[in-house]
Design a protein around this ligand. Structure first.
Ligand code: SAM
Length: 322
């Protein structure tokens, strides 16, 4: 079996120095969302736009990219990508059930503003985690007071809030234009890029499920632009399913926005064929790289933080150990 190569540059990705023009087959990246996630400095603003023209330069004509984003700022990111020469092809939704609404009870805020004490109506167990009591829950639950508004205006607005439950993360699908004058087949023949790998990413039919269409494909359906974290009993389960990963899932991996390797594998597979090279300029702890190496693709990553770059090195090395 051929050995795949990887490189992690522990430096600012802007400029993509060390990466040759037209050497990259796909871009798969989870950049800063610009929303200051958990007050992390690196997430305070969207990436410097220049990185997207750098990416365009190092990618082969027709190469695809997938760029994670946040609902609030994906429009800006899409404009940045388009302004720097990419074609916007689609937006994938990674849909989950366990998103926490960032909200508050406005009725209680009104009580406070009016100088009225809200009523304590009981206690609840606060747990920052996913499945209560399940393997994913955190260990130190705290007892907190449960309040209800006391003022009449507070009661009127009891439960009113500021946001609905977030239930998806958008992932923008982009493409570098084909080489001028070439059609898709000519571009694929010359560069190996310009087509999605739909065969390797088919979603198998479920047991007992009737096959679809007059000429059903033995491997299942073509992957959709929705990816879900778990199957749902709503009769609408024809999607690729990837559970979220708990932070600190590996004791040494402290990255706060770790993406599941199975999700990254699905994305890498969709954009590439074996032995091609994937770029992630915002590599974090290296999940894209692990996915690429697991799939016999090569990987080039950049990560600004020495701590995260070290974790990425360790994870990538582990994939290649016999
Ligand atoms: C959202 S995280 C990626 C997490 C990754 N998907 C994982 O699973 O570990 C984005 C990363 O980009 C890094 N970063 C931010 N600006 C950068 C820059 N200009 N050059 C290189 N890395 C940068 C941050 O340090 C952070 O680790």
């Amino acid at each position: 079996m051929p050995t795949n190569t990887y490189k992690i540059f522990n430096k600012d990705c802007v400029g993509l120095s060390g990466v040759a023009p037209q050497s990259i087959d796909a871009l798969v990246t989870d950049p800063p969302y610009g929303i200051g996630f958990q007050a992390h400095e690196w997430d305070k603003s969207l990436p410097n736009k220049q990185i997207w023209s750098d990416c365009l330069r190092v990618m082969k004509p027709g190469a695809f990219g997938l760029v994670f984003s946040a609902v609030r700022l994906m429009h800006r990111l899409m404009v940045d990508l388009e302004d720097n020469g990419f074609i916007i092809k689609d937006v994938l939704f990674w849909v989950y059930l366990n998103g926490m609404p960032k909200s508050r009870n406005v009725g209680l805020n009104i009580d406070k503003k009016l100088g009225v004490d809200s009523k304590i109506v009981g206690k609840y167990t606060y747990m920052q985690g996913y499945k209560k009591g399940g393997a994913d829950s955190y260990t130190n639950p705290q007892q907190k007071n449960k309040y209800k508004p006391s003022s009449s205006l507070g009661k009127k607005y009891d439960g009113a809030g500021l946001g609905i439950k977030p239930a998806y993360e958008p992932i923008i699908l982009i493409q570098k234009p084909l080489e001028k004058g070439l059609n898709v087949a000519e571009n694929v023949i010359k560069h190996g890029t310009g087509a999605l790998n739909l065969e390797e990413t088919r979603i198998p039919f479920e047991d007992g499920e009737g096959e679809v269409g007059h000429n059903p494909h033995p491997k299942g359906r073509v992957a959709a632009n929705i990816i879900r974290t778990e199957t749902m009993d709503d009769g609408y389960d024809k999607f690729f399913t990837v559970p979220k990963v708990r932070q600190h899932a590996d004791d040494y991996n402290i990255h706060p926005t770790l993406k599941p390797v199975s999700l990254m594998q699905h994305l890498v597979k969709l954009l590439t064929f074996e032995q091609q090279t994937v770029l992630d300029p915002f590599a974090g702890s290296g999940s894209t790289g692990v996915a690429a190496l697991n799939l016999q693709r090569n990987f080039t990553g950049f990560e600004l933080s020495p701590d995260y770059a070290k974790i990425a090195q360790k994870r990538l090395k582990a994939v290649q150990l016999p």
